[in-house]
Design a protein around this ligand. Structure first.
Ligand code: CTP
Length: 405
């Protein structure tokens, strides 16, 4: 499987400070290494109360630096080396130093010497996180371009309940990745649909399909990371909404999905229908639970085809559909493109290994309005999302890009 990480070969300094969340830095460093980043670690002396340098040395492959006097000019040498700085976990004390130009340890001295892009993942007690003194420091750091991956709300190690638990490792990785992704979709508005729909039979039962929503969520995430204003209309899925999107609209039925798409489409430049809305819905649905009996005949009626409705709009977005087929039925996909008047269709054979529903990879072929077919090898849905956005940008009227094959 091909994998493209924007963090590959990037030189990252991870600063670990004295929070109980310090042990999570080991997993963070390990995940950054998975992305093939070149990682060095700097630890404050307070962090040594929670975690040993050995754990981080094993994770990063290099000895962590723990003090300002350990190596001559360590802060300056690191500043010449690093391309990105992540402070995770970031305590109120260290952030206070960074905001106020104090340079009494390796991390804070490095920050002053460096002037580069910085991402912080605060971890502290809710009272500290919401204190005016800390808010002032945080506001200042944001105003000079530091990115915060905000903490989560929940139960904390100190026994308190509230905001202050360090953000999840994946959110921190995502924040780092997006710093290295070109913002070439800035100014574009993209409407993405994802997931299945549920067509109710009664209050407890419904008809649905195998769509996981992964492809649509990956597209929304990729577009947002490249600067687009993203609206995601999604049927029920188990996925975490991508960070950085402008609007998330949750729907249940194909009818609700259609209403949301028709409402949002006029203000969108691009529509990508990655959802699998139901083609049929029960003719009637009961407001009470249907009692068990010997036999139950289900009568279904066709839903509206959302893309067909979009094709009838006067001013419609650049429209991309998907064609999930069970076999190499390219003609069917092309027929859908014509019938629904699409600008692009993404064909995939859901019977193939590594493609289709509830899978982290996909293998697709891309058709534009001409008969040309591009066969794309199996790849992760995240990477495929970026590739599809590249192709959309090539075909989008008014953009003059060459295919980046
Ligand atoms: N689609 C839609 N409205 C529907 C069903 C599907 O807009 N009610 C969209 C899907 O989101 C996808 C494209 O149409 O982008 C093709 O979906 P697919 O299920 O492959 O084809 P159908 O048009 O439903 O035709 P068939 O089920 O006969 O293959």
């Amino acid at each position: 499987m091909r994998k493209r990480s924007p963090l590959k070969n990037k030189r990252l300094l991870v600063g670990v400070t004295g929070s109980v969340a310090a042990y999570k830095a080991v997993e963070l460093v390990r995940r950054l290494k998975d992305e093939e980043a070149d990682v060095r670690v700097a630890m404050t002396s307070a962090s040594l109360n929670f975690i040993t340098p050995l754990s981080l040395e094993l994770a990063s492959g290099a000895k962590p630096l723990t003090g300002l006097w350990e190596e001559p000019l360590a802060h300056v040498n690191l500043a010449a080396w690093a391309e990105f700085f992540i402070v995770a976990p970031a305590t109120a004390n260290t952030l206070g130093k960074l905001a106020n130009g104090i340079a009494d340890d390796l991390l804070s001295a490095f920050f002053l010497a460096w002037h580069g892009r910085t991402l912080i993942a605060p971890a502290m007690n809710p009272g500290m996180y919401t204190h005016d003194a800390f808010r002032k420091n945080l506001e200042f750091l944001r105003s000079i371009g530091v990115t915060e991956i905000a903490p989560e709300t929940g139960a904390l190690a100190c026994g308190a309940e509230g905001v202050g638990r360090m953000a999840g490792i994946e959110s921190i990785i995502e924040g780092a990745r997006s710093a290295f992704i070109p913002r070439d979709l800035e100014g574009q508005s993209i409407l993405v649909t994802a997931g299945p729909t549920r067509e109710p039979l009664d209050p407890v039962r419904f008809i649905s399909n195998r769509s996981s929503g992964k492809m649509g969520f990956a597209l929304a995430r990729a577009a947002a990371s490249r600067g687009a204003a993203v609206t995601l209309v999604t049927g029920p899925t188990a996925l975490t909404p991508p960070s950085g999107i402008e609007k998330l609209i949750r729907v249940e039925t194909a009818k609700e999905m259609m209403e949301s798409v028709l409402k949002e489409a006029p203000s969108s430049r691009i529509l990508v229908m990655a959802a699998a809305p139901a083609d049929f819905t029960p003719e009637s649905s009961s407001s009470e639970k249907i009692a068990k009996s010997g036999r139950y005949d289900l009568k279904l009626k066709a839903t509206h085809d959302i893309l067909l409705e979009v094709s009838r709009m006067k001013r419609r977005p650049f429209t991309v559909g998907f064609a999930a087929e069970t076999g190499p039925l390219f003609e069917r996909a092309q027929e859908k493109l014509r019938k629904k008047d699409l600008d692009m269709i993404i064909f995939n054979d859901v019977t193939k290994a590594g493609a289709g529903f509830d899978c982290d990879t996909n293998q697709v072929s891309i058709f534009g309005r001409d008969a040309h077919r591009e066969d794309v090898p199996v790849m992760g849905k995240e990477e495929l999302a970026h590739l599809l956005l590249d192709r959309i940008m090539v075909l989008l009227p008014g953009t003059n890009l060459k295919a980046n094959k």
